[in-house]
Structure formats: structure tokens, C-alpha cells
Design a protein around this ligand. Structure first.
Ligand SMILES: *Cc1c(COP(=O)(O)O)cnc(C)c1O
Length: 278
């Protein structure tokens, strides 16, 4: 067999989750384990965090069902909500929480009769301009859902475009808009991704949503005392499978983009694009 192994350090994952919690002592932290826990194995990561994590977040229903079938009982939130109305039956069966970012999702929920009210996070587009209700439409949506027996546990959710950047002007602009909305609606908030969890206490809400930092990656442009404590979760190891000697000036690899500046010994490591290694 090929000698390439991705080793996953679940102690480091737990450590990083605790760090996210320590950075925001007044918030609860949703462990974002979408996309197979950023490639680290969602079910294994969820099991490793089961005693610590207050909730998990995934991108879609099939990811949530895999966790439930694997024995995960904590709340699981669908960050993009449902993709079609018929998914609501499984959301109800599996006691999932859902974001709503579009009017049709609200209509579908209000036309559905869940056995228990579904916890709903209302996503507002405060400047990322990908998903979410326009700020001027959020109050009407919030009002309808707060009166609906189908929905419960309303939170206002948003996503930051530049919380990782040293230039904080756009972040501040998003924050100002969100604080005005939160005051108007008296809404509990869920705003902070990893960089905002690490660097922006002002963005910490009832919940935060750390993702990439759980896996040990520093999402900020610079290091801070907190980011220095992150531990890498994945270590990719392989073996050298060939050694060769090339003359000065000889090219190595596709396009000959590297040329030996002097007589050189070249080691070839088993691993490449197919393993996710650029
Ligand atoms: C992926 C995702 C997160 C986590 O973001 P990180 O930058 O990885 O911490 C948070 N919220 C939403 C809506 C996401 O899609």
C-alpha cells in the first residue's frame, strides 16, 4: 500500500474547541463540522467533541443525518437551512435546527406541521452578499416567525466578510448594522466565525460559529496570543520513495519550473493532487 497517511489528533481538536470557548466566555460555541469537518471526518470529530460541544453545524441535511445515525444527540444546525420543502420532514424527525435565508424557506416552514416547533436562525445579509435577507426585510420575517407555532428559539444570524483582515472598516460597518437590528428586534445573536471569535469580542453573541480554528488553522492575518495556542489537528505523513541526483541547471517536475541551482539530490515523496496536496 502507498505510505501516505493523514493523522487526525482529536485531542488537538478538543483543545482548539476549548480555546474557542475561552475566547468567548459569555457565548456558547457551535462546532462547525460541515464539509466532513473540513476534511477531518465529521462523525469522528463530532464523537470526539460530544462531551464538550453545545451544538454542531453542518451545511446540509445529509451531513446532519449521518451524525444522527452515528449517535450524535446534540443540537445540529443546518447553516443553509433546507434546499427543498420536502426536507422539512427529516428536519423534524431528526430534531434539527435550521437557518432561513430566503422567503421560500419561511413559507415552506409555515406550511409544514412539525411535531415539535423547529428552532430557527434568521440569516441577515449584513454585507457578505451571499445569503440572507436584506436588512430592510428582516423585521417582517422575524415578526412572522415569532408568531408562528412552527418556529421557536429565534436567533439573528449573519456572516462576516472581512473579520480576518487587519483593516477593520468593513467589519465595523457590518457590526453597526447588526447591532441596530439586534436592538430593534431584541434578538439573540449568532455572528462570529473563527476570526471574529478570536479577534472581535464585540461580535460574540449568544452563540458563535467557529470552524477553521477548530482544526488548528489561524484565520487571522497576524498571530495573537490566542492563535499561538492553536494546535494542528491534521498531520499528513508519507515516505520518500525515490532519490536521484541531478546536475546543476536540470529542470525537475511539470513545466520544469524548478531548476537545480547546483548539483542536487532530489527526494520524491508519495503524495499529490489526488490527496488534496497542492
Ligand atoms: C463555514 C461557516 C462558518 C465557519 O467559518 P470559519 O471561518 O471556518 O470559522 C460559520 N458560519 C457559516 C454560515 C459558515 O458557512
Amino acid at each position: 500500500m502507498r505510505p501516505l497517511v493523514a493523522h487526525i489528533d482529536l485531542d488537538a481538536l478538543r483543545h482548539n474547541y476549548q480555546l474557542a470557548c475561552q475566547c468567548a466566555p459569555h457565548s456558547r460555541s457551535v462546532a462547525v463540522i460541515k464539509a466532513d469537518a473540513y476534511g477531518h471526518g465529521a462523525l469522528e470529530c463530532a464523537r470526539a467533541l460530544a462531551h464538550d460541544a453545545s451544538a454542531f453545524a453542518v451545511a446540509c441535511l445529509e451531513e446532519a443525518v449521518t451524525l444522527r445515525e452515528g449517535g450524535i444527540t446534540a443540537p445540529i444546525i443546518l447553516l443553509e437551512g433546507i434546499f427543498s420543502a420536502d426536507e422539512l420532514a427529516l428536519v423534524d424527525d431528526h430534531r434539527l435546527w435550521m437557518a432561513v435565508h430566503s422567503a421560500w424557506q419561511v413559507e415552506a416552514l409555515l406550511a409544514f406541521s412539525p411535531r415539535a416547533p423547529i428552532p430557527v436562525w434568521v440569516k441577515v445579509d449584513s454585507g457578505m452578499h451571499r445569503l440572507g435577507f436584506a436588512p430592510e426585510d428582516v423585521c417582517a420575517v422575524w415578526q412572522r416567525l415569532s408568531e408562528a407555532p412552527e418556529a421557536t428559539g429565534l436567533h439573528l444570524m449573519s456572516h462576516f466578510a472581512t473579520a480576518d483582515a487587519a483593516d477593520s472598516r468593513y467589519f465595523q460597518q457590518q457590526m453597526t448594522l447588526l447591532q441596530a437590528l439586534a436592538t430593534k428586534l431584541d434578538a439573540p445573536l449568532c455572528l462570529a466565525n473563527s476570526p471574529a471569535t478570536l479577534a472581535w469580542p464585540v461580535a460574540h453573541g449568544a452563540w458563535n460559529r467557529p470552524g477553521i480554528m477548530l482544526y488548528g488553522s489561524n484565520p487571522l492575518e497576524t498571530a495573537t496570543p490566542a492563535t499561538d495556542r492553536l494546535r494542528p489537528v491534521m498531520t499528513l505523513r508519507s515516505e520518500i520513495i525515490a532519490l536521484r541526483d541531478v546536475e546543476a541547471g536540470e529542470p525537475v517536475g511539470y513545466g520544469g519550473r524548478w531548476r537545480a541551482p547546483r548539483p542536487s539530490r532530489i527526494a520524491v515523496v508519495a503524495g499529490g493532487y489526488g490527496d488534496g496536496y497542492d
